[in-house]
Write a protein that binds this ligand. Sequence first.
Ligand code: BTN
Length: 262
Amino acid sequence: MFVDLEERIRKEEKISSFINNVVILEKIDSTNSYAKQLKDQVDGTLIVAKEQTQGRGRNNRTWKSFGEKNLTFSLIVNYPEDKEALGLFSLLSANSVAATIEELGLIPEIKWPNDILINSRKVSGVLCEAVFDNNKPRSLIIGIGLNVNSNKDDFYSDDFVYRLEPTSLSIEGNKEYSSNNLLVILIRNLINWITLFKLKKYETILSFWRSRWIDIGSELVVTQDQMMLKGNAIDINSKGELLFLEKETKKVHVLNSGELLT
Ligand code: BTN
C-alpha cells in the first residue's frame, strides 16, 4: 500500500509543487494528532496512515477506519490569510471528496458542513483543525477519512453506534478500489479547491457545495448557548455558516460547525 505514492506525487507537477513533504505511517493513533504535534508545521505536509487506531471525528466523535481498507490522511497548510473565509475550508474539503467520488461515476451527497454520503449513507468525513503558535493561528490541518473497501461486516464487527449509517465506495460501486489511486485523485482535487480559495473564487466553492447539499430544508436539531433548538436549514452564507430558521420563534440563527446535533 502506498508503495509508489511519493513517486507519483513527484511526477505530477501540479501536485509536487504543492506537496512538500510526505509522511507514510504504518500505524498511528490519529493523523490529525500526529500533524498537530509536529514542531515544524511545513506547508504542504501530507501524512498518510496505513492504520489509524484512534481516529477522531468532529464534536469529539470516533472515526473508525479498519486498517488498510480505508483512507486516512491529513494535510498541513499555512493558516489562510483571509480569516473571514476560513469556514470555507471545511466546505472545499468536502467538495474535493465529492469531486473524487464523481470521478468514479458515483453520486455524492453533502450534509452540512462536511459529511459526504452516497445513497444517504456516510462514506467520508472531514476534520479541520487549527494549530496555534503563541496564541496565533499558524496552520490548518485538513484530516480526511474515506471508506474505500470496508464491508458491512467490518462496520458492524463490534457494538459501535454510528450517528449516520456508514458505507464505503466498494459497497456502493460494487467493486474494490485502489486506495493509492484514490489518494492521488483526492489530493489533486484538494489542491485544485485550495487553489480556488487562494484565488478568492469563493462563489465557485459555495455553488459546487450547494448543488450537492442534501439537508437543505430538512429539519435539524442544533445547540446554541446550551439550548436545543429545532428548525430547518435554509442556506449557507459566504463564510460557510449555516442559516437556520428556528421553528418556534421564526428567528434565523447563524451557526458554525460545532452546533449541529442531527
Ligand atoms: C467526521 O466525520 O466527524 C470527521 C472524520 C475525520 C476523520 C479523519 S481520518 C484522518 C484524520 N485523522 C483523524 O483523527 N481524523 C481525521
